[in-house]
Design a protein around this ligand. Sequence first.
Ligand SMILES: Cc1cc2nc3c(=O)[nH]c(=O)nc-3n(C[C@H](O)[C@H](O)[C@H](O)COP(=O)(O)OP(=O)(O)OC[C@H]3O[C@@H](n4cnc5c(N)ncnc54)[C@H](O)[C@@H]3O)c2cc1C
Length: 388
Amino acid sequence: ADGAGSRLREALGIAMEGPDALQHYIMIHFEADLRALTAARPGVLYFLFDPATSGVLIAYDRAKTWVLMHPCDPAADAPESFDEAKCRPLVEAAIADAAPFAIRNISPWAMSAQIAERYRKGRVFLAGDAAHRFPPTGGLGLNTGAVDAQNLAWKLAAVLKGEAGEALLDTYEAERRPVAVANSEQSLMNASKLFELFGVLYGPDPARMNEHYKALAADPAASAALPAAIEAQRPHFDSFNLQLGYRYASAALAGAPPLIPASDIDISRYEPSWEVGAHLPHRWVSRGGERVSLLSLRDPARFSLLAGPAASAWRKAADGFGLHTISSGCDFTDEDDWSALTGLPADGALLIRPDGHIACRFDEADDAPRQLARVMGSLLSLSAFAPA
Ligand SMILES: Cc1cc2nc3c(=O)[nH]c(=O)nc-3n(C[C@H](O)[C@H](O)[C@H](O)COP(=O)(O)OP(=O)(O)OC[C@H]3O[C@@H](n4cnc5c(N)ncnc54)[C@H](O)[C@@H]3O)c2cc1C
């Protein structure tokens, strides 16, 4: 996890796939109180179009912390040449001289849409930006990296403790790389749709941007292209399904349905899923008269068995194997019926991995210990799974 320019990845000879350096930027981090300037139109991102400066002004803390992301052309202006003297006028123009400011950091970066061709070489695993770098449009980079670590951590722990076979570690790439590919493609699409909108708003002639924009602002209905260009931004800013609805299909799951092609997924519409490979959905449930999230009832340090109301056989089997058990009607109550919710009978159960993903759906409790041992053995790449 040594970042986008990972020297470890380079030393291992792992290549990146996808377009590199699509656009160059200078990140200018400055401190200023811009509350008065932005009070009428508070936002997080301000896109700037002006002959004197351009880029995106990002509000981290409107009273203090800001970043100006300024595009640059390395052929005309070496990124290293952007020192304080060169950056001050850019910030002054961006904030219209509205407040004093102090530049804290200046750092060049290149927008890319690249994924490492492989995530593992021997004992080394790539995670975060070392494994994938996306355009920031969509805000998916850090999220994707954090879940890489979450996916890998329990697998490494299981193998190091001798609770799983080595092959479990290969499921890290199988599960996480497709998510990075989908997130990279969407981030790239977001960037291209944003540039299309800018084209509509500011027109083709850089010298007449303001004129074009003012005419459009005075009469937006005159532009046939504007409504569609605005609507095309929806997946960029409303991508809950991309962020929460991704599923896995690998040997660390039992009976995962095939993945749906990315082109068939509505990334704005998240539907909680109880299928194998999906993350256990959040639900408000009642426990001892208190409203808690179903997610909080599982144990992130081990496998959990979420069992239906006729759970005694499952409880016994899971206890025997050292799993954490939660059963509907006993450990929590839900306003919906267990079967309506999960599609499982009262004696059914869901096996949940330490990372919260559904590993198996059991639709009956017959011979529960044997069913459990078979599935645990298979998904942990063990020839035999024994009680803890
Ligand atoms: C303009 C911009 C906007 C962004 N906006 C968002 C957003 O809204 N949401 C989002 O989710 N993501 C966003 N991102 C992406 C996000 O910043 C990155 O995805 C995230 O920081 C990557 O985390 P990382 O830990 O993998 O790498 P990094 O944050 O790069 O951390 C790597 C660390 O490793 C250290 N390191 C390197 N080599 C060594 C070594 N040999 N020994 C020890 N340490 C080493 C480095 O010093 C560094 O601290 C944005 C990125 C950019 C450029």
